[in-house]
Design a protein around this ligand. Sequence first.
Ligand SMILES: [Zn+2]
Length: 270
Amino acid sequence: MIGRTGVGLFDRALGKARRAYAERCTFAHISIPADFRAVSFCFDDFPLSAAEDGARTLESFGLRGTFYTCFGTLSHDSPSGRLAGMQDVAALHRNGHEIGCHTYDHMNCSFVEADDAAQSCDLNRRVAAERGITMENLAYPQGGIRASTKQLLSTRYATARGTLQGVNRGLTDAHGLRAVRIYEHHAASAMRQRIDDVALEGGWLILYTHDVATSPSRYGLSKSRFRDLILYTIGRNLPVLTIAEVVRLIGHAGAAHVGSGPIPATAGQA
Ligand SMILES: [Zn+2]
């Protein structure tokens, strides 16, 4: 988690309004079959603890996660601890985890023009490509998004998510995927309820955090809670998949697809 700096009240209000409008605009959709169930574990601008303990915990169950990376902020200090470095990202990729895009410099895309956001993303993807990493999916830093950027980037990534909370079901905005924060100060029962809900009703639950540490930051999760959550997910017979794996799976299912086009106003659920 990289902090928010230098944003005044007016800009904050403007960013909020742009984000609210962008959330109502859909440029590409993904159709999630009624009987589909999956949970994805994600890390945004993750510190070393997530790249090490978070990844190892997933791997100990034979599972993989999605790590949304800003190549321009590698090894920087953050409220969640020192961010992972190039070697750590390379190791994650080597071990089969997905490396997602989080802009190059953790840009809040509510506050900039679409071309500037796209340039930051393009630079991030270029640096990744130089290391043999293809970034297929995007997470907007701090959930900052605006409609023009969403439209432009919907042609470059299969999916994108911000901080819109909820479970994805049915015909869904592919660039406004819902997700659920998993932070240590959140009630464990609420996290388990989300998983129970998907086990019973179906859907795609995307969980995200930052650090996974013995003493987590307010934006992270303890190692024990993270492990418990994985165990609970497995216990409910839910597949744990990366974002890219879900896109490939439902893209190949025939009944569902990722594509451009209008989306009914009723689509997308909390
Ligand atoms: Zn972030």
